[in-house]
Ligand binder design. Structure first.
Ligand code: NAD
Length: 488
């Protein structure tokens, strides 16, 4: 398979002349392509192109932008097999999960094509009868998008689609681990004016170049907490607008009111929430709090289901879990498991390489008896690991759920309406999923409380992230106001 290794700058495909990036297939450990990063001169040129395009794109009426955005959705769907294969090659996740991601990207473009043409502000009650007051929402200008590797296209599209729909132009950078799928989508923007969408390969230096660039009006970032903080500081130092989506350590609470069948479902749902994309989802469930009276049954069902999962070649349709993305990520997850076991935790299943000599495979792990102070219960793992902890009641579960500085998502299984509503009200996280883990909705906001983020993506909130509000106050009379001078 041929790979697009060129950046998209001002409508032209250009080789990056900065540091070369080697792209590894995590299932085979082979280097499948080498991509040139954008140099700092190329970044400057890209910002110049995006700046040159911004007035033109901002002036396109939303009703005319809508068919262009729907066209991008169609073009993405037409490339589903190619893009799915590219993402699986870069990340190692099962092909069906990669194909789902392409569809979610297309759906997000379709959503914002329509949402953005329904309003660009609101009419507000004026101060006097002769007046007319409106709030007008305008694009920021050039939006810099910096994204991680775990959902390379989706997390880009959650920025691209609303930012474009709002009339901004784009300078985007994928992770250095996953440039190929992003560079492959350049052609889907071919109907947009040149310079409206620009795609650059590069690592942290290109990311830092974007977040500190005086020509970038807004920075939208998804990634780890430490990098997000650097991006936030760089943007704040020049008063650029900023949206940060960062790490998590999501809790998964299981109540004792769901019956034997419900417990079985919650075990399967929990395993999926912990292991999807080899546990490398920002909203992966990483801490399970299960009420004491159903703890043993839940753990047994969880372990049994985990052992039934197929770990293997991500290109095989029967595969449930492929490898992790890199040796570094695998090492981090294994390190947390080993530390927990060294402090007395019991590893009930998993932890091996599933018999693969090559590839960053990690058999999904279930642990009990993990000490509360262990990193495994406090710091992001980003791997297929499920530590399960007994709790005596919902008070304790909610206190533990809220006990960390993260607040991205939270899952609860219960049939008790009072308990469900308590969790919605009391759990401090951007998403609370009751009885259906990890389901996103383009129409609902996504983001984090506390260290997990600042701002929201998706929904109308995600459109507003890329718009500046302006208050326009019009008086139809020209007259002296009684509150002017003189006061006496
Ligand atoms: P990362 O922070 O290492 O990198 C993210 C991006 O930032 C990459 O493109 C990287 O090249 C770039 N970058 C690195 N240094 C930079 C700098 N100094 N300035 C600007 N950009 C820089 O994260 P990662 O390992 O790629 O992704 C995993 C992390 O992302 C996890 O912590 C996960 O929780 C988080 N994540 C969050 C969400 C969310 O929506 N909240 C979604 C997915 C992933």
């Amino acid at each position: 398979m041929g790979y697009e290794t060129r950046c998209l700058i001002g409508g032209e495909l250009v080789e990056g002349v900065g540091e070369p990036i080697e792209v590894e297939n995590p299932a085979t450990e082979e280097i499948v392509a080498t991509v040139g990063s954008a140099s700092s001169q190329q970044l400057d040129l890209t910002v110049e192109k995006a700046t040159g395009a911004k007035a033109g794109w901002a002036s396109v009426p939303a009703v005319d932008r809508a068919p262009l955005l729907h066209g991008i959705a169609t073009a993405l769907r037409e490339k589903t097999s190619e893009l799915a294969l590219l993402m699986t090659t870069e990340i190692g996740r099962p092909l069906s999960e990669s194909a789902d991601e392409v569809e979610w990207c297309a759906a997000c473009f379709d959503y914002y094509a329509e949402v953005a043409r329904s309003e660009i502000g609101r009419v507000i009650p004026p101060i006097e009868a002769s007046q007319f007051s409106v709030v007008v929402k305008e694009p920021h200008g050039v939006v810099g998008c910096i994204v991680p590797w775990n959902f390379p296209l989706l997390l880009l599209v959650w920025k691209l689609a609303p930012a474009l729909a709002a009339g901004n132009t784009i300078v985007a950078k994928p992770s250095e681990l996953t440039p190929l799928s992003t560079l492959a989508i350049g052609e889907v923007f071919s109907e947009l004016p040149a310079g409206t969408v620009n795609l650059l390969a590069g690592g942290g230096e290109v990311g830092a170049g974007i977040s500190g660039h005086p020509g970038i009006d807004c920075v939208a970032f998804t990634g780890s907490v430490p990098t997000g903080q650097k991006v936030g500081v760089a943007a704040a130092s020049r008063n650029a607008r900023v949206n940060l989506e960062m790490g998590g350590k999501d809790p998964f609470i299981v109540c004792d009111d769901i019956g034997a069948e419900g417990l079985e479902v919650a075990a399967r749902g929990g395993a999926w929430a912990a292991y999807l994309n080899a546990g490398q989802v920002c909203t992966s469930s990483e801490r399970f709090y299960v009420m004491e009276s159903v703890f043993d049954d839940y753990v047994n069902a969880f372990v049994e289901h985990t052992r039934s999962l197929v770990i293997g070649d991500p290109l095989e349709s029967a595969t449930d879990l492929g490898p992790m993305v890199s040796a570094i990520q695998r090492g981090k997850a294994v390190g947390q498991v080993e530390d927990a076991v060294a402090s007395g935790a019991e590893l009930l299943t998993g932890g091996g390489n599933a018999g693969f000599e090559k590839g960053h495979y990690l058999e999904p792990c279930v642990l009990t008896g993990v000490k509360p102070e262990a990193d495994l219960l406090r710091e992001e793992t980003f791997g297929p690991v499920a530590p399960i902890v007994p709790v005596k009641d919902l008070d304790e579960a909610i206190a533990l759920a809220n006990g960390l500085d993260f607040g991205l998502g939270a899952n609860i299984y219960t049939r008790d309406l009072k308990r469900a509503i308590r969790c919605v009200k009391e759990v401090r996280s951007g998403s609370v999923w009751i009885n259906d883990p990890l389901t996103d909705n383009d129409a609902g906001p996504f983001g984090g409380f506390k260290n997990s983020g600042i701002g929201r993506e998706l929904g109308t909130e995600g459109l507003d992230a890329f718009r500046e509000a302006k208050h326009a106050h019009i008086d139809t009379e020209i007259e002296v106001k009684e509150w002017w001078y003189p006061y006496g």
